[in-house]
Design a protein around this ligand. Structure first.
Ligand code: GTP
Ligand code: MG
Length: 665
């Protein structure tokens, strides 16, 4: 897998005081001026400076590469005037509501904007293969940072290069986003649960696409023989496993420990982490350092972006997505959740910590669980960690199980899809083998964490459908001008030589080579997390947020959509004219609400009221949005991965939903 360095990232703690905070109540035109003022970087390359973090972004970027703030956050009047219906409101006026909802906000803007990829190869063989493959060659990510593959241990030089040679292949990904408050996604449990049950109202009688994609169901797409897995040789199935939970619950420590126990991190490497962590006075974070690689993450002792690691169980090739728990990085956690087939929800059992993490307003446990459910994840291993701190108390475990269980049930997780595992990542109890500590083994008879993971079901992959891969990140190589698109295949299959349509540009290229788990592979199928190196294509046309597809089945590209959404608890009212951030797979755009079509009964999906004036928390509704720029999108009924959306405002997720219609303009 390709990788990126980020030692030269903006340090969010430095120079981000209140005065610099993002003011959402600014004058739109002024802001656009501020962020678009082009500045010569080199004679060829033009850049625009982000008004928030002052990072100089390439002209082609529509959102800041570091903090993710949209370059032109508001949809231009030109677009909206055409479509926005005149609106009258008695009291309070929409302006009152909007300005109440859009108070100037101080935001700790964080995170990068695309997948950050790093690679570590442990064995001598892998080191050699890396040297042969990339030795000294540099790769440039979409951010323009250079990555050298060299025989060293993950050290970074001043230019942000990463040199690696360790066992665990890792990627870092995030959705650029503003910070999120603790109230993000404060939707009611019942609302979350009902997401999947909302009927797809208003479906497509006059639905049409900007670029029509042949309906997959009607299509004549005939999968070829190579696309199907060879049942004899491919005995292991890929499982994308998100690891989520409240900040500091021990997700990265657990991941690091698991990888070490499974031989994915060598003893030598582990010693190095321990030594370095101790030197920085953070000895207890040694295992977490395997996942938290950036200087910022290590210094602050928190995960900021999703780290990706790999290991095998008896049944699965597991792609582990270690997500950040801190409330400021909820969008990055969401980016991981979009790719997950199943999840480990880590709970900190220690006194007070469980209560804080489970708190409705301040904790992230509930929020993460809701996000998972909202994105269709239904199998969860609940890892009750730090049991050593509570003396492996059965009573404590039972209390947590009862409280979290009730909550998960209200989110419509089935009891049969939940596996409860008490453990201690720090003391290596119940991770890959039955507990050795008698305080735990005396009462716990269930599976170890590894057995629990092994028992998860890998969802059926649709290899028979045409290829569909949302692009999570793009890596450009200075060698031969190569470009690689990284992401998870949502449908279909690809192999070297396959023709690939790159959307939204519409360019057709060829898959030159594929990499999965940092190794070259001959075929990638739905569910696989891969990097596809493309040839015969303008590298600039391959962008994160775009989609790779089958040349005969272009994914629709649209600027106007009908959505069916649930407004989350704590969200400001949504009105015609409301400006929101629209997120779908790895794409995001500024959006304006142009029509409120109907209010729905959240349980039955039936229309309760047509043309409501305003949507408030916990309401379910159909609305139309107009996007500032076109995005690759599908209706939910056609592709779940490309049809699930979330709307954010002021660093909070205000609604989740699905695309029910793509509207031709
Ligand atoms: P974020 O990614 O920032 O949300 O944190 P995290 O959930 O990844 O937690 P991390 O792994 O960084 O661990 C936080 C702290 O908890 C570290 O000091 C760990 O040493 C400690 N910790 C993790 N697991 C255990 C455990 O089983 N027992 C004890 N006593 N401490 C643990
Ligand atoms: Mg972490």
């Amino acid at each position: 897998m390709p990788r990126k360095g980020f030692s030269d990232f903006y340090d969010y703690d430095d120079g981000f005081d209140d005065d610099d905070a993002y003011d959402y109540d600014y004058d739109a035109e002024e802001h656009v001026e501020a962020v678009t003022e082009p500045k010569e970087k080199t004679s060829q390359q033009r850049v625009w400076r982000c008004a928030i973090c002052t990072y100089d972004n390439d002209e082609s970027m529509f959102a800041c590469d570091i903090c993710g703030v949209l370059r032109k956050p508001h949809v231009s009047n030109q677009t909206t005037n055409k479509t926005t219906e005149p609106f009258k409101f008695d009291s309070p006026s929409p302006d009152d509501l909007v300005s109440n909802g859009l108070m100037p906000s101080k935001m700790g803007t964080r995170g990068g904007s695309s997948m950050r990829l790093k690679e570590q190869v442990d064995s001598a063989d892998e080191q050699k293969s890396l040297k042969n493959r990339g030795g000294g060659g540099s790769k440039t990510s979409s951010k323009g940072r250079h990555i050298n593959i060299e025989d060293d241990n993950c050290s970074k030089d001043g230019a942000g290069d990463i040199k690696s040679s360790k066992a665990v292949t890792k990627s870092k990904q995030n959705i650029s986003e503003a910070s999120s408050s603790a109230k993000t996604m404060e939707m009611s449990e019942s609302l979350t649960g009902s997401m999947d049950e909302l009927s797809l109202t208003g479906k497509a009688e006059n639905s049409s696409n900007v670029r029509p994609r042949r309906s997959i169901s009607d299509s004549k797409h005939k999968p070829e023989e190579w696309m199907f897995p060879d049942k004899e040789s491919d005995t292991l199935r890929q499982l994308n496993l998100a690891i989520v939970g409240h900040v500091d619950s021990g997700k990265s420590t657990l991941s690091g420990r698991l990888l070490h126990l499974l031989g994915r991190i060598s003893q030598k490497q582990m010693h190095k982490y321990e030594k370095e962590a101790k030197l920085q006075g953070k000895g207890s974070f040694a295992y977490a350092w395997a996942l938290d690689e950036s200087a910022e993450e290590r210094e602050r002792g928190i995960t900021m972006t999703v780290a990706v690691a790999y290991f095998d169980t008896n049944k699965h090739h597991v792609v582990l997505l270690d997500s950040p728990g801190h409330k400021d990085f909820v969008p990055n956690m969401i980016a991981g959740a979009t790719q997950a087939d199943a999840a480990i929800l880590v709970i900190d059992a220690s006194g007070g910590a469980f209560e804080a993490g489970f708190d409705n307003m301040k904790g992230q446990t509930r929020e993460h669980a809701r996000v998972l459910r909202g994105f269709g994840v239904d199998q969860v291993v609940v890892a009750v960690n730090k049991m050593d701190v509570v003396g492996y108390s059965k009573d404590r475990f039972d209390l947590i199980k009862q409280q979290v269980g009730t909550f998960l049930h209200s989110c419509r997780f089935k009891a049969s899809s939940l596996i409860w595992v008490p453990l201690s990542a720090m003391e290596n109890q119940n991770l890959i083998a039955a507990p050795s500590d008698s305080r735990l083994s005396s009462w716990y008879r269930g599976p170890s964490l590894l057995d629990a993971i092994d028992s998860l079901k890998s969802p059926d992959r649709d290899v028979t459908k045409p290829l569909l891969m949302p692009i999570c990140d793009v890596v450009r190589s200075s060698l031969q001008g190569q470009v690689s698109a990284c992401g998870k295949l949502e449908a279909g299959a690809v192999r070297p030589g396959s023709k690939i349509l790159v959307m939204p540009s519409g360019d057709v290229g060829t898959a030159r080579s594929l990499e999965r788990d940092s190794r070259a592979c001959t075929v990638a199928r739905a569910g696989d997390n891969v990097a596809i190196t493309l040839q015969g294509i303008d590298a600039n046309q391959v962008i994160a947020g775009g989609v790779l597809c089958h040349p005969d089945f272009p994914v629709p590209v649209a600027t106007r959509l009908e959505l069916t959404i649930l407004v989350l608890e704590g969200a400001s009212p949504i009105l015609i004219g409301s400006q929101l951030e629209f997120h779908v797979h790895h794409a995001k755009e500024a959006a304006t609400v142009v029509r409120l079509v109907s209010l729905l009964d959240p349980k039955t999906g039936e229309v309760m009221k047509k043309s409501p004036r305003c949507l408030t928390a916990k309401q379910s509704a159909v609305l139309e949005v107009c996007l500032q720029g076109a995005v690759c999108v599908e209706t939910f009924s056609e592709s779940r991965a490309l049809g699930r959306v979330f709307l954010r405002s002021l660093g909070r997720t205000v609604a989740m939903g699905k695309v029910t219609r793509i509207i031709h303009e």
